[in-house]
Design a binder for this molecule. Structure first.
Ligand SMILES: Cc1cc2nc3c(=O)[nH]c(=O)nc-3n(C[C@H](O)[C@H](O)[C@H](O)COP(=O)(O)OP(=O)(O)OC[C@H]3O[C@@H](n4cnc5c(N)ncnc54)[C@H](O)[C@@H]3O)c2cc1C
Length: 391
């Protein structure tokens, strides 16, 4: 409730958290392997599990397991439409023109984060400057079909997970390597050379997910993390080499900002920093005084050359608006009744749990918990129907 400020379906959220406890065992029994948490800016070993080999290794293990159970996959096959009538999916149309008459459908086609036109309905023109961290295929075609066919929607258009990523990352699919984790160890300025948020508000794992939205709120959706040669050593290096210069003014010139404005911001910031070293292992309360906004932890002057800049853009991970579901992962229709043969799992229904905010690992957790439930429910209903019980 604290994370979402009450914008959650509390019973479903509780169920998700409870069932998450079974996931490592369940996945492990299907060939998925885990590795210990890395020590670093995302030190989440107590609360999170990490896949050995990352998400693709997870997918490969689950696909192999499914193939052993004689599940077949149709690769490179785009769904272009679902035909819904009275809460029943009658037909699934594929982009190549084929039409499937389904018995059960589990919608797992992601959110609409790769559809900049749809994002613009919630974000306005700012959406054009978003970089999409994941696949370009999550354009929301299936979600749109479901909503147009009468499924109940949940969540708001502009709610999403978005982080600050290097502005030099590709438009789509830059992945985790483009995230910039240096924000707490320097300052972040906008196009006008002004700071706009407390860079040291909390530990980075608790704050990284708000910075996409913060950068999205700045003119032209661009910002710059500015660090000195001490600050730049305090976090996991990015794949992108920072822009560097022997002077702040030279750095500003290189990134196309007004040198005098950036110099003034850095000087004002440095003068507001308290004396003495910072301790990044705790919330050290080493705060500036007299600034608007203050930097409330790890405030150290930016004065040891060379100086570094990382250009930042909002990197959207996934959208929250989706279809409403119940605890059996059945899609609910606008009249409140469950659809007869439609289930949903993952981003396409994430808004049931996440109205806003984010909790590290909850994306995969929602997908895994509801994917498991949807699969079990659909299979159970199919087996019952096969056995002659149509209840
Ligand atoms: C860079 C990055 C880092 C992340 N890090 C984390 C993390 O650390 N922890 C965490 O919990 N979560 C993380 N996530 C989020 C997590 O990956 C997602 O929550 C999860 O993958 C959602 O699963 P899904 O099955 O709903 O969607 P996806 O995994 O996106 O799968 C959707 C699939 O549907 C396909 N598709 C879309 N439209 C169609 C169509 N019309 N027809 C046919 N197929 C279609 C797509 O090609 C895609 O293969 C991260 C995401 C990104 C992008």
């Amino acid at each position: 409730m604290r994370v979402t400020h009450g914008m959650t379906n509390a019973p479903l959220a509780r169920m998700t958290l409870e069932k998450s406890a079974e996931l490592t065992g369940w996945l492990g029994n299907r060939g998925v392997r885990f590795q210990p948490a890395l020590i670093g800016t995302l030190n989440l070993g107590r609360t999170n599990a990490f896949f050995l080999g990352g998400g693709r290794a997870l997918l490969n293990s689950l696909c192999r397991h499914a193939e052993d159970l004689e599940v077949s996959f149709a690769y490179d096959t785009r769904v272009s439409d679902l035909e819904l009538r009275d809460g029943t999916c009658q037909a699934v149309t594929l982009a190549d023109g084929r039409i499937i008459t389904p018995r059960k459908v589990i919608a797992t086609a992601g959110g609409f984060e790769a559809n900049l036109d749809w994002l613009a309905e919630g974000w306005g023109g700012a959406a054009r400057n978003f970089l999409v961290r994941g696949t370009p295929y999550n354009t929301g075609t299936v979600l749109r079909s479901l909503l147009d066919g009468g499924a109940a929607s949940v969540g708001e258009l502009d709610q999403c997970h978005a982080v600050a990523i290097d502005a030099r990352a590709p438009k789509y699919d830059g992945g985790i390597a483009s995230r910039i984790d240096g924000v707490p160890f320097g300052i972040v300025i906008n196009r006008d050379g002004a700071r706009f948020y407390d860079e040291g508000e909390d530990f980075w794992p608790k704050r990284y997910a708000i910075w996409g939205r913060l950068v999205a709120g700045q003119p032209d959706q661009i910002a710059y993390a500015i660090l000195d040669s001490v600050g730049v050593t305090r976090f996991m290096p990015s794949v992108f080499t920072p822009i560097s210069d022997a002077s702040i003014e030279g750095l500003a010139e290189q990134v196309g900002l007004v040198p005098a404005a950036v110099q003034a911001t850095v000087e004002t910031f440095n003068a507001a920093c308290p004396p003495g070293p910072i301790d990044q292992s705790v919330l050290d309360g080493h705060s500036t005084s007299g600034l608007q906004p203050e930097k409330t932890n790890w405030a150290a002057p930016i004065r040891k050359p060379p100086f570094f800049a990382f250009p930042l853009r909002p990197g959207i991970t996934f959208t929250y608006m989706g279809v409403e579901v119940n605890d059996r992962a059945e899609i609910l229709m606008q009249d409140g009744r469950p659809a007869t043969n439609l289930y949903a799992a993952g981003e396409i229904m994430a808004g049931n749990i996440l109205g806003q905010g984010y909790l590290a690992g909850i994306g995969m957790t929602i997908g895994a918990v509801f994917g498991r439930i949807a699969g079990e429910q659909a299979a159970r209903r199919l087996n019952r129907v096969t056995a002659g019980d149509t209840s």
